[in-house]
Design a protein around this ligand. Sequence first.
Ligand code: ZN
Length: 463
Amino acid sequence: MIDLLVKNADYMITMNGDREVVRDGALAVDGGRIAAAGKTAAVTARFSEAARTIDARGRLVTPGFIDNHQHLAPFFVRGLGDDVPLRVFLHDRCYPMEAGLTEEEAYLAAMCALLESVRHGTTTVCDPGSQNPEPSVRAVSDVGARAVLTRSLTDMAGGRAMPGTFDSTTDDAIESGTDFVESHHGAAEGRIRAWFSLRTERMVSDRLCRSVSELAAEHGTGIVSHMISNRDSVEHHQRVFDGERPIERYDRNGVLGPNLQLVHCHFLEPDECDLLAERDVKVSMCPTASAVFGWGGLHRATHLKLLERGVTVGVGSDIGACSHTVDILRIAQYFRVYRDVFEDASLMPAETILEHLTIDGARSVLWDDEIGSLEAGKRADFLLFDLDRPEWVPLHNPVSNLAHGASGDSVETVVIDGRVVMEGGELVLVDAGEIMAEGRRAAAAAADRLGLSPFAGPRWPVV
Ligand SMILES: [Zn+2]
């Protein structure tokens, strides 16, 4: 007898090598893995007995979505940084919040981020880390999600005084980053992988870059780094590092390789795009972060130049305060802005959007051998969308309805590692109502304590 059988799905978008869309689809799940994926008749002929069966009539099944870039711990800064440039947001709102949260507040912040993510179909997040990432390990484990987690490493101030542990020496950064990887890689029954994180190009020295590159190779793990999100970050880097561009410097320090994921990258030159392709560097694009902060990423569209060169690109929500939502399907739909910019209706078709959310996202977090598609042998991370909702009518082409019309709101069931973590829109393993209530209280208390309450509240009079 197998653990779980999902059958009679109206459609199953597999994202397998042939990108098959199966009508009357079924999945057999055992020991957290997909034992079979295909037509209901074929799957049930092999696996008729299951501890649990889900009748997926009126449902669409897809692989779980991968949010390639989401900061879990500073989630409580959402609503405190509207309409300001990135530098003000980071130094006056985000960093103080991130560095000042207590263990319990950081846990609740990560839980609230994950509740919203999983509720909208994200099964895996890649977190570039915080100063206090241990509570995120606990939160990912409790919600039942899958994640790449890191300790955020810096050893240079980003141009202004930095709060708390952001102000770290190179040796401290190396030691704490290594300790995090060694302590948490493989946690939560293998659902957590621990990487190294070079926080951002302008806040890491050559020695830290070289050490992280060597340590990641030694531990067989990945590296994530923010990279030239806006014009100011390029200019700042060149001022601090004698005119050198950050890609050139990362290359000189041995950081550019297939285990590196760079985030944003909007200000790459053409030869730098070539170099990333040559080194098989992965890239995460966060369109809502660019749209909210006005970085120019959508009209520069470096993303399209990377895709032309065959670079693997995933999509990220960045942070609750940048995107205001972590519904990764809605966020990926922002890529259609390229059509308007270039007056070309063929850009970012539905298929590419779904590849970014699934199989390419999995490649970008170096996990595509186990997740990102519905195929026998892979871990069982998948979603059931409820087709009895207006956005799914008519249903000429489920790939189009999903990528262009739906939001994560119509995700009804979420399965991660073979375990049902959301059913009927309700999280199964945790009390979402209680966490949200505690989260609201904790966010308000933290904002007060950290001097951020002047940025809270509507600009209009509250009567
Ligand atoms: Zn980020």
